[in-house]
Design a protein around this ligand. Sequence first.
Ligand code: SF4
Length: 478
Amino acid sequence: MEMSTKSLRAYVETYGCQMNISDGELMEGVLESHGYRIVDRPEDADVVIVNTCAIREHAEQRVLGRVSQLNGLKLERPELVIGVTGCMAQRMGDDLLERAPYIDLVMGPDGYRELPSHLQRLRAGGGLQGEEEGVRPVGKVPLQSGPVSKTGKRRIQLSVLDLDPRENYEGLEQRRRSGVAAWIPIQRGCDHRCTYCIVPYVRGPEKNRKPDEVLREVEEVVRSGISEVTLLGQTVNSYVHDDWAFPRLLRAVARVPGIRRVRFTSPHPNDVTPELVEVMAEEPAVCEQLHLPAQSGNDRTLKRMVRRYTVATFLEKVAMVRSAIPDISLSTDIIVGFPGETDSEFRDTLDLMRTVRFDDAFTYKYSLRDGTPATRLPESDFVELNVAQARLEELIEVSRGIQAEINESEIGRVDEVLVEREARDPGQMLGRTRRNKVVAFPGSPEIVGSYVPVELTATTGATFRGEKVAIPATVGRV
Ligand code: SF4
């Protein structure tokens, strides 16, 4: 039975990284192109999609709490469809349907192209109005019997969990939430096997989009009035498609007429090559910012993480980037308490922080993920939670101290700020500099989307306050 989706409303709630946020926009685009209206509240929706992250246990617990809350809406409106998508859906699969039987659909990151047809199946055969009979599994989608409803009728649940080594969502339109800056996914999946990481198992191997498709999308983004793009991939700088390696693509994107800022995330340190650094230094649109995940400052830990670099080679990359782009702002990711990490190895990480002096750091306690190689390390290696917590707190203190020192030294700079939105404080606007520093300054909503020269006048440590100035930005390469 063909059901019209014209009147249906969908709400997508996303957790996790930029790639997942971009996937949320992709699902909204797919749903919109099939007649759904995207709404801002689950209370207003016929279909609620919770787009999840599996990187840490804490993130998954949060999602379980959230779907149980959404079940409250389903109790009031039994026809509401609840879907859980993304990395956690892929990781937990059918267990999720058992643990939370009110979920109608679990769908991994490679299933979004067919999202509308699966929703249609659920609505045609599911909810509390239909019977299970007459609804057939589609393709490789296994059909499961759902729980028995109060009325005695059964509803169906669907799980769509096949990883497709070719699916890179070529040709689908994202529904961009920001009118100021755009995420452009150029790659999905990952060919590395860092021993703590679940990503390769829930997102499959690396799949790169065609360069002409990427460039076409960037041109479209420019036509829509956006001039800042961030190229996205799990190891974005390992991108390769025929004779297009990442530096060539980055240069081409930076030269699309109308593009004023280009960023990319997350790169793998090993693919920070002289060619890439040359493009970053030469192309005026490429921002003076690089996120370079170190994960640890100790060689033995890096080896057991299978990061495939040493502290020395990591520092060589930092030196290469800084010598070509002295003003570059660097950020990183660090995991503490990886199994087997000794106190002195943790101190090596603190040393790395003090040596590099990152502008920003995203810091985490190791989180055990079933199915990852690190879970097979001897149990005696696992760092006690209170020890890991104490290390994390010490790391945060060191990292925040360095960040505050760097930011205080930048007071008085004039930077070009791309205005993103209103700040919480009335009369204040929020934006970002090319070096990815967040600045709040007095202004009104009409200036969202414009580039404004702002003098940095104060810092909270992590972010800045500023004042608009009349002269053009003197720092950066506009
Ligand atoms: S490079 Fe390592 S940490 Fe990054 S997504 Fe791949 S496996 Fe995970």
